[in-house]
Design a protein around this ligand. Sequence first.
Ligand code: ADP
Length: 370
Amino acid sequence: MTRLALEGLHKAYGSSVAVGDVSLTVAPGQVVCLLGPSGCGKSTTLRIASGVERQTAGRVLIDGRVVSDDTLHEPPERRSVGLMFQDFALFPHLTVARNVAFGLAKLKRSARMDVAMAYLERVDMGRHAQKYPHELSGGEQQRVALARALAPKPRVMLMDEPFSGLDNRLRDEVRDAALAVLKDEDAGVLLVTHDPEEALRMGDQIALMRDGMIEQIGAPYHIYNNPKDRDAAAFFSDLNVIHGSVQSRQTDTPFGRFLTPGLVDDADVEIIVRPQHLKIELDSGERPAMSAKTGVPAPGTVVRSRFMGPESLIEVSMDHDKSCLRATVPGVFTPEAGTRVWLSLRRESCFLYPCANQSKVASPFERDAV
Ligand code: ADP
Protein backbone atom coordinates (compact mmCIF):
# COMPACT_ATOMS: atom_id res chain seq x y z
CA MET A 1 0.00 0.00 0.00
CA THR A 2 1.27 3.46 -0.89
CA ARG A 3 -0.01 6.53 0.93
CA LEU A 4 1.32 9.04 -1.59
CA ALA A 5 2.49 8.53 -5.14
CA LEU A 6 3.84 11.32 -7.31
CA GLU A 7 4.15 10.22 -10.91
CA GLY A 8 6.09 12.17 -13.50
CA LEU A 9 5.32 15.57 -12.00
CA HIS A 10 6.28 18.53 -14.12
CA LYS A 11 5.63 22.17 -13.32
CA ALA A 12 6.53 25.18 -15.40
CA TYR A 13 5.91 28.83 -14.59
CA GLY A 14 5.87 30.38 -18.03
CA SER A 15 9.11 29.28 -19.65
CA SER A 16 10.80 28.48 -16.35
CA VAL A 17 10.68 24.87 -15.17
CA ALA A 18 10.38 24.55 -11.37
CA VAL A 19 9.86 20.77 -11.34
CA GLY A 20 11.23 18.77 -14.25
CA ASP A 21 10.20 15.17 -13.68
CA VAL A 22 9.56 13.98 -10.16
CA SER A 23 8.30 10.53 -9.20
CA LEU A 24 8.31 9.04 -5.73
CA THR A 25 6.18 7.05 -3.33
CA VAL A 26 5.58 7.28 0.41
CA ALA A 27 4.42 4.20 2.34
CA PRO A 28 2.30 4.26 5.51
CA GLY A 29 4.39 5.34 8.50
CA GLN A 30 7.30 6.26 6.25
CA VAL A 31 9.08 9.61 6.26
CA VAL A 32 10.50 10.65 2.89
CA CYS A 33 12.66 13.78 2.94
CA LEU A 34 13.06 15.98 -0.10
CA LEU A 35 16.52 17.45 0.36
CA GLY A 36 18.11 20.04 -1.86
CA PRO A 37 19.34 23.60 -2.17
CA SER A 38 17.05 26.58 -2.25
CA GLY A 39 15.16 26.92 -5.51
CA CYS A 40 15.51 23.29 -6.65
CA GLY A 41 11.74 22.67 -6.64
CA LYS A 42 11.10 21.03 -3.26
CA SER A 43 8.29 23.30 -2.11
CA THR A 44 6.66 23.28 -5.51
CA THR A 45 6.61 19.47 -5.39
CA LEU A 46 5.05 19.59 -1.94
CA ARG A 47 2.48 22.17 -2.97
CA ILE A 48 1.50 20.01 -5.93
CA ALA A 49 1.10 17.02 -3.58
CA SER A 50 -1.13 19.11 -1.33
CA GLY A 51 -3.28 20.42 -4.16
CA VAL A 52 -2.48 24.07 -3.51
CA GLU A 53 -0.64 24.07 -6.83
CA ARG A 54 -1.49 22.18 -10.00
CA GLN A 55 1.16 20.37 -12.00
CA THR A 56 1.66 20.97 -15.71
CA ALA A 57 1.93 17.21 -16.25
CA GLY A 58 1.90 14.05 -14.16
CA ARG A 59 -0.36 12.55 -11.51
CA VAL A 60 -0.84 12.58 -7.75
CA LEU A 61 -2.34 9.53 -6.02
CA ILE A 62 -3.32 9.23 -2.37
CA ASP A 63 -4.02 5.72 -1.08
CA GLY A 64 -4.02 4.53 -4.68
CA ARG A 65 -6.71 7.01 -5.70
CA VAL A 66 -5.93 9.62 -8.35
CA VAL A 67 -6.48 13.05 -6.82
CA SER A 68 -4.91 15.03 -9.64
CA ASP A 69 -4.07 14.42 -13.27
CA ASP A 70 -4.71 16.12 -16.62
CA THR A 71 -8.47 16.07 -16.17
CA LEU A 72 -9.05 16.07 -12.43
CA HIS A 73 -7.78 18.26 -9.59
CA GLU A 74 -9.09 17.79 -6.09
CA PRO A 75 -8.58 20.71 -3.67
CA PRO A 76 -6.45 20.20 -0.55
CA GLU A 77 -9.41 19.79 1.80
CA ARG A 78 -10.62 16.73 -0.09
CA ARG A 79 -7.24 14.97 -0.21
CA SER A 80 -6.79 13.90 3.42
CA VAL A 81 -3.51 15.73 3.75
CA GLY A 82 -2.11 17.38 6.87
CA LEU A 83 0.04 20.44 6.33
CA MET A 84 2.77 21.87 8.47
CA PHE A 85 4.90 24.80 7.38
CA GLN A 86 7.49 26.92 9.11
CA ASP A 87 5.16 29.90 9.11
CA PHE A 88 1.82 28.11 9.15
CA ALA A 89 0.38 30.25 11.92
CA LEU A 90 -2.09 29.10 14.52
CA PHE A 91 -5.30 31.12 14.82
CA PRO A 92 -4.35 33.85 17.32
CA HIS A 93 -7.89 34.33 18.64
CA LEU A 94 -8.46 30.64 19.46
CA THR A 95 -7.08 28.73 22.42
CA VAL A 96 -4.61 25.95 21.77
CA ALA A 97 -7.34 23.33 22.25
CA ARG A 98 -9.72 25.10 19.89
CA ASN A 99 -6.95 25.49 17.31
CA VAL A 100 -6.53 21.72 17.26
CA ALA A 101 -10.29 21.05 17.35
CA PHE A 102 -10.81 23.43 14.43
CA GLY A 103 -9.94 20.85 11.79
CA LEU A 104 -12.27 18.24 13.26
CA ALA A 105 -15.52 19.53 11.84
CA LYS A 106 -16.42 16.03 10.63
CA LEU A 107 -16.63 14.79 14.20
CA LYS A 108 -19.54 15.38 16.53
CA ARG A 109 -19.07 18.53 18.55
CA SER A 110 -18.75 16.55 21.80
CA ALA A 111 -15.98 14.34 20.40
CA ARG A 112 -13.90 17.19 18.98
CA MET A 113 -12.45 18.40 22.27
CA ASP A 114 -11.59 14.84 23.37
CA VAL A 115 -9.64 14.17 20.18
CA ALA A 116 -7.96 17.58 20.33
CA MET A 117 -6.88 16.94 23.93
CA ALA A 118 -5.62 13.46 23.09
CA TYR A 119 -3.36 14.88 20.36
CA LEU A 120 -2.19 17.73 22.57
CA GLU A 121 -1.19 15.17 25.20
CA ARG A 122 0.76 13.26 22.58
CA VAL A 123 2.88 16.28 21.78
CA ASP A 124 3.20 17.05 25.50
CA MET A 125 1.10 20.19 25.29
CA GLY A 126 -1.99 19.08 27.23
CA ARG A 127 -1.28 21.45 30.10
CA HIS A 128 -1.26 24.42 27.72
CA ALA A 129 -4.65 23.63 26.19
CA GLN A 130 -6.35 26.77 27.45
CA LYS A 131 -3.58 29.17 26.52
CA TYR A 132 -3.50 31.35 23.43
CA PRO A 133 -0.76 30.98 20.80
CA HIS A 134 1.01 34.21 21.77
CA GLU A 135 1.54 32.77 25.25
CA LEU A 136 3.62 29.90 23.83
CA SER A 137 7.26 29.68 22.69
CA GLY A 138 8.08 28.95 19.05
CA GLY A 139 8.76 25.30 19.80
CA GLU A 140 5.49 24.94 21.68
CA GLN A 141 3.60 26.54 18.82
CA GLN A 142 5.12 24.03 16.41
CA ARG A 143 4.06 21.17 18.66
CA VAL A 144 0.51 22.52 18.60
CA ALA A 145 0.71 22.91 14.82
CA LEU A 146 1.75 19.26 14.59
CA ALA A 147 -1.16 18.17 16.81
CA ARG A 148 -3.53 20.26 14.71
CA ALA A 149 -2.26 18.72 11.47
CA LEU A 150 -2.43 15.15 12.80
CA ALA A 151 -5.73 15.28 14.69
CA PRO A 152 -7.92 14.77 11.59
CA LYS A 153 -5.88 11.60 10.89
CA PRO A 154 -4.66 12.56 7.43
CA ARG A 155 -3.42 9.86 5.06
CA VAL A 156 -0.49 12.05 4.13
CA MET A 157 1.47 14.63 6.13
CA LEU A 158 3.21 17.31 4.12
CA MET A 159 5.82 19.30 5.98
CA ASP A 160 7.80 22.20 4.53
CA GLU A 161 10.84 23.21 6.61
CA PRO A 162 8.65 22.89 9.70
CA PHE A 163 11.45 23.27 12.21
CA SER A 164 13.73 25.81 10.57
CA GLY A 165 12.34 28.76 12.56
CA LEU A 166 13.50 27.19 15.83
CA ASP A 167 16.87 27.62 17.45
CA ASN A 168 19.26 24.68 17.43
CA ARG A 169 18.64 23.07 20.77
CA LEU A 170 14.88 23.46 20.61
CA ARG A 171 14.86 22.20 17.06
CA ASP A 172 16.39 18.85 18.02
CA GLU A 173 13.89 18.45 20.82
CA VAL A 174 10.84 19.33 18.72
CA ARG A 175 12.09 17.24 15.80
CA ASP A 176 12.52 14.16 17.95
CA ALA A 177 9.12 14.64 19.57
CA ALA A 178 7.51 15.12 16.16
CA LEU A 179 9.21 12.07 14.73
CA ALA A 180 8.00 9.90 17.60
CA VAL A 181 4.39 11.00 17.07
CA LEU A 182 4.60 10.73 13.28
CA LYS A 183 5.96 7.20 13.53
CA ASP A 184 2.95 6.19 15.64
CA GLU A 185 0.54 7.45 13.01
CA ASP A 186 -0.22 5.59 9.86
CA ALA A 187 0.25 8.58 7.59
CA GLY A 188 2.93 8.81 4.93
CA VAL A 189 5.13 11.85 5.53
CA LEU A 190 6.79 13.98 2.87
CA LEU A 191 9.14 16.47 4.49
CA VAL A 192 10.97 19.24 2.68
CA THR A 193 14.28 20.41 4.05
CA HIS A 194 17.51 22.02 2.91
CA ASP A 195 19.27 20.73 6.03
CA PRO A 196 21.13 17.44 5.47
CA GLU A 197 21.28 16.72 9.17
CA GLU A 198 17.51 17.01 9.40
CA ALA A 199 17.05 14.68 6.44
CA LEU A 200 19.45 12.11 7.93
CA ARG A 201 17.75 12.37 11.29
CA MET A 202 14.14 12.27 10.13
CA GLY A 203 14.06 10.40 6.85
CA ASP A 204 13.48 6.73 6.18
CA GLN A 205 14.26 7.70 2.61
CA ILE A 206 16.03 10.77 1.30
CA ALA A 207 15.34 12.11 -2.17
CA LEU A 208 18.09 14.45 -3.30
CA MET A 209 16.71 17.17 -5.57
CA ARG A 210 18.59 19.40 -7.94
CA ASP A 211 17.25 21.66 -10.68
CA GLY A 212 13.74 20.24 -10.46
CA MET A 213 14.83 16.61 -10.66
CA ILE A 214 15.39 13.84 -8.15
CA GLU A 215 19.07 13.00 -8.47
CA GLN A 216 19.14 10.07 -6.10
CA ILE A 217 16.77 8.43 -3.67
CA GLY A 218 17.51 5.92 -0.94
CA ALA A 219 17.89 5.19 2.75
CA PRO A 220 20.01 7.77 4.61
CA TYR A 221 22.84 5.32 5.27
CA HIS A 222 22.94 4.23 1.67
CA ILE A 223 22.77 7.66 0.14
CA TYR A 224 25.40 9.09 2.51
CA ASN A 225 27.79 6.24 1.81
CA ASN A 226 27.05 5.69 -1.87
CA PRO A 227 26.45 9.10 -3.41
CA LYS A 228 26.04 8.74 -7.14
CA ASP A 229 28.35 11.64 -7.93
CA ARG A 230 30.35 14.45 -6.42
CA ASP A 231 27.32 16.75 -6.18
CA ALA A 232 25.33 14.10 -4.32
CA ALA A 233 28.23 13.62 -1.92
CA ALA A 234 28.45 17.38 -1.42
CA PHE A 235 24.85 17.56 -0.15
CA PHE A 236 25.98 16.14 3.17
CA SER A 237 29.37 17.60 3.98
CA ASP A 238 32.37 19.51 2.94
CA LEU A 239 34.51 17.44 0.56
CA ASN A 240 38.18 17.01 -0.25
CA VAL A 241 38.95 16.37 -3.89
CA ILE A 242 42.08 14.55 -5.00
CA HIS A 243 42.76 14.48 -8.72
CA GLY A 244 44.28 11.60 -10.60
CA SER A 245 44.77 10.26 -14.08
CA VAL A 246 44.31 6.66 -15.20
CA GLN A 247 47.21 4.60 -16.47
CA SER A 248 46.85 0.91 -17.21
CA ARG A 249 43.45 0.80 -15.46
CA GLN A 250 44.90 2.13 -12.22
CA THR A 251 45.14 5.58 -10.76
CA ASP A 252 48.24 6.48 -8.77
CA THR A 253 47.99 9.23 -6.18
CA PRO A 254 50.30 10.40 -3.40
CA PHE A 255 47.91 8.47 -1.13
CA GLY A 256 48.41 5.19 -2.94
CA ARG A 257 47.01 3.41 -5.93
CA PHE A 258 43.32 2.94 -6.76
CA LEU A 259 41.96 0.39 -9.18
CA THR A 260 39.97 2.07 -11.94
CA PRO A 261 39.34 -0.84 -14.28
CA GLY A 262 36.54 0.76 -16.29
CA LEU A 263 38.51 3.76 -17.47
CA VAL A 264 40.82 4.20 -20.42
CA ASP A 265 44.32 5.67 -20.14
CA ASP A 266 44.52 9.40 -19.38
CA ALA A 267 40.93 9.59 -18.14
CA ASP A 268 40.78 12.08 -15.28
CA VAL A 269 39.27 10.91 -12.03
CA GLU A 270 38.35 12.58 -8.78
CA ILE A 271 38.79 10.85 -5.47
CA ILE A 272 36.38 12.40 -3.01
CA VAL A 273 36.80 12.08 0.72
CA ARG A 274 34.90 13.70 3.55
CA PRO A 275 37.00 15.57 6.18
CA GLN A 276 36.19 13.01 8.87
CA HIS A 277 37.59 10.25 6.68
CA LEU A 278 41.08 11.70 6.49
CA LYS A 279 43.50 10.30 9.03
CA ILE A 280 46.00 12.79 10.41
CA GLU A 281 49.20 11.92 12.27
CA LEU A 282 51.87 14.20 13.71
CA ASP A 283 55.26 13.82 12.01
CA SER A 284 57.65 11.98 14.28
CA GLY A 285 60.52 12.07 11.81
CA GLU A 286 59.67 9.06 9.72
CA ARG A 287 56.88 8.11 7.36
CA PRO A 288 54.09 6.17 9.12
CA ALA A 289 53.52 2.66 7.86
CA MET A 290 51.09 2.20 4.97
CA SER A 291 48.08 -0.03 5.54
CA ALA A 292 45.38 -1.69 3.50
CA LYS A 293 42.76 0.47 5.23
CA THR A 294 44.39 3.87 4.86
CA GLY A 295 46.83 3.39 1.99
CA VAL A 296 49.95 5.54 1.79
CA PRO A 297 50.40 8.53 4.12
CA ALA A 298 51.33 11.78 2.36
CA PRO A 299 53.16 14.66 4.05
CA GLY A 300 51.93 18.21 4.54
CA THR A 301 52.02 21.26 6.79
CA VAL A 302 49.22 22.52 9.02
CA VAL A 303 47.90 25.86 7.77
CA ARG A 304 45.41 26.40 10.59
CA SER A 305 43.37 24.41 13.03
CA ARG A 306 40.21 25.26 14.91
CA PHE A 307 38.32 23.74 17.79
CA MET A 308 34.67 23.37 16.72
CA GLY A 309 33.06 21.81 19.81
CA PRO A 310 32.53 18.10 19.19
CA GLU A 311 35.43 18.03 16.75
CA SER A 312 38.48 19.92 15.55
CA LEU A 313 39.11 21.03 11.98
CA ILE A 314 42.65 21.01 10.63
CA GLU A 315 43.63 22.47 7.27
CA VAL A 316 46.75 21.03 5.72
CA SER A 317 48.78 22.19 2.74
CA MET A 318 50.04 19.08 0.94
CA ASP A 319 53.67 18.89 -0.08
CA HIS A 320 52.99 17.28 -3.45
CA ASP A 321 50.76 19.92 -5.01
CA LYS A 322 50.19 22.58 -2.32
CA SER A 323 46.48 21.76 -2.36
CA CYS A 324 44.68 22.37 0.93
CA LEU A 325 42.90 19.37 2.47
CA ARG A 326 40.59 19.57 5.47
CA ALA A 327 40.50 16.91 8.15
CA THR A 328 38.22 16.71 11.16
CA VAL A 329 38.93 14.66 14.24
CA PRO A 330 36.74 14.15 17.29
CA GLY A 331 37.59 16.20 20.39
CA VAL A 332 40.44 18.66 20.80
CA PHE A 333 43.31 18.44 18.33
CA THR A 334 44.66 21.84 17.33
CA PRO A 335 48.27 21.62 16.12
CA GLU A 336 49.84 24.99 15.42
CA ALA A 337 50.32 26.36 11.93
CA GLY A 338 53.58 25.01 10.52
CA THR A 339 53.30 21.63 12.26
CA ARG A 340 54.37 18.81 9.97
CA VAL A 341 51.79 16.03 9.61
CA TRP A 342 50.94 12.98 7.53
CA LEU A 343 47.53 12.55 5.97
CA SER A 344 46.03 9.32 4.71
CA LEU A 345 42.62 8.36 3.35
CA ARG A 346 40.22 5.87 4.91
CA ARG A 347 39.92 4.09 1.64
CA GLU A 348 36.57 2.39 2.16
CA SER A 349 35.04 5.84 2.65
CA CYS A 350 36.51 7.34 -0.53
CA PHE A 351 34.34 7.86 -3.58
CA LEU A 352 35.87 7.68 -7.04
CA TYR A 353 34.26 9.34 -10.01
CA PRO A 354 35.37 10.13 -13.51
CA CYS A 355 35.57 13.89 -14.01
CA ALA A 356 32.54 15.53 -15.57
CA ASN A 357 31.88 14.94 -19.28
CA GLN A 358 33.64 11.61 -19.36
CA SER A 359 31.70 8.47 -20.09
CA LYS A 360 34.49 6.00 -19.97
CA VAL A 361 33.29 3.88 -17.06
CA ALA A 362 32.61 0.33 -18.03
CA SER A 363 32.40 -1.17 -14.58
CA PRO A 364 32.28 0.10 -11.01
CA PHE A 365 35.50 1.32 -9.50
CA GLU A 366 37.23 -0.73 -6.90
CA ARG A 367 38.58 0.89 -3.81
CA ASP A 368 41.30 -1.57 -2.83
CA ALA A 369 44.89 -0.58 -2.61
CA VAL A 370 47.18 -2.31 -5.03
P1 ADP B 1 12.68 25.17 -3.13
O1 ADP B 1 11.50 24.80 -2.30
O2 ADP B 1 13.55 24.01 -3.44
O3 ADP B 1 13.45 26.31 -2.55
P2 ADP B 1 10.72 26.13 -5.01
O4 ADP B 1 9.89 24.94 -5.30
O5 ADP B 1 10.16 27.13 -4.04
O6 ADP B 1 12.16 25.67 -4.55
O7 ADP B 1 11.03 26.89 -6.36
C1 ADP B 1 11.56 26.25 -7.50
C2 ADP B 1 11.71 27.26 -8.62
O8 ADP B 1 10.44 27.68 -9.06
C3 ADP B 1 12.44 28.52 -8.19
O9 ADP B 1 13.24 28.94 -9.26
C4 ADP B 1 11.32 29.51 -7.95
O10 ADP B 1 11.76 30.83 -8.18
C5 ADP B 1 10.29 29.07 -8.97
N1 ADP B 1 8.90 29.36 -8.51
C6 ADP B 1 8.31 28.83 -7.41
N2 ADP B 1 7.06 29.29 -7.28
C7 ADP B 1 6.86 30.13 -8.32
C8 ADP B 1 5.74 30.92 -8.75
N3 ADP B 1 4.58 30.94 -8.10
N4 ADP B 1 5.91 31.65 -9.88
C9 ADP B 1 7.06 31.63 -10.57
N5 ADP B 1 8.15 30.90 -10.22
C10 ADP B 1 8.05 30.17 -9.11
